[in-house]
Design a protein around this ligand. Structure first.
Ligand code: 4NP
Length: 148
């Protein structure tokens, strides 16, 4: 799961998926920027997760690196800027083929973004939660029937 800072959207996406798949799948998240390396998620993301029973307080920010393409079968990005920045680090077509917008799991082929809630109010975090909950449900279904 990849966003810009790895403190708002992608940790919640990771936490949601982790809460749904347990230890059966390796999940992680990263930011395209390094601003928040080593930091816990934004308190507002921790709070919205906690409200719905998803604990993300243990997660720590890190920057996405090319080697992530070796570790993961699927790289989900939150928005178009993340998409472009991750693709810049792809080394070959196989790497590129692993990258997709997370909301394409709910709205296939539309390349919609999960808006960055960082500079907004609490409603942005609620909206983000609803989008990521729906997307991770779809990812679980794909994992269950072998489409990932
Ligand atoms: P995220 O949100 O990409 O969902 O983690 C942001 C967090 C921090 C910043 C930007 C976006 N920032 O500019 O510090």
């Amino acid at each position: 799961m990849v966003c810009l800072g790895n403190i708002c959207r992608s940790p919640l996406a990771e936490g949601l998926l982790r809460s749904k798949v347990g230890q059966t799948v390796e999940t992680d998240s990263a930011g395209t920027a390094a601003y928040h390396e080593g930091e816990a998620p934004d308190p507002r993301s921790i709070k919205i997760g906690r409200k719905y029973g998803v604990n993300i307080s243990d997660l720590r920010g890190r920057q996405f690196v090319s080697e992530d393409f070796d570790r993961f079968d699927k790289i989900y990005v939150m928005d178009e800027s993340n998409y472009q920045n991750v693709l810049k680090l792809a080394r070959n077509e196989e790497d590129e083929s692993k990258v997709d917008y997370i909301l394409n799991e709910v709205y296939p082929g539309k390349n919609l973004s999960v808006p960055d809630p960082y500079y907004g109010g609490d409603q942005g975090f609620e909206d983000m939660y609803i989008m990521l909950d729906a997307a991770t449900d779809k990812i679980v279904l794909k994992l269950q029937d072998g489409r990932i």
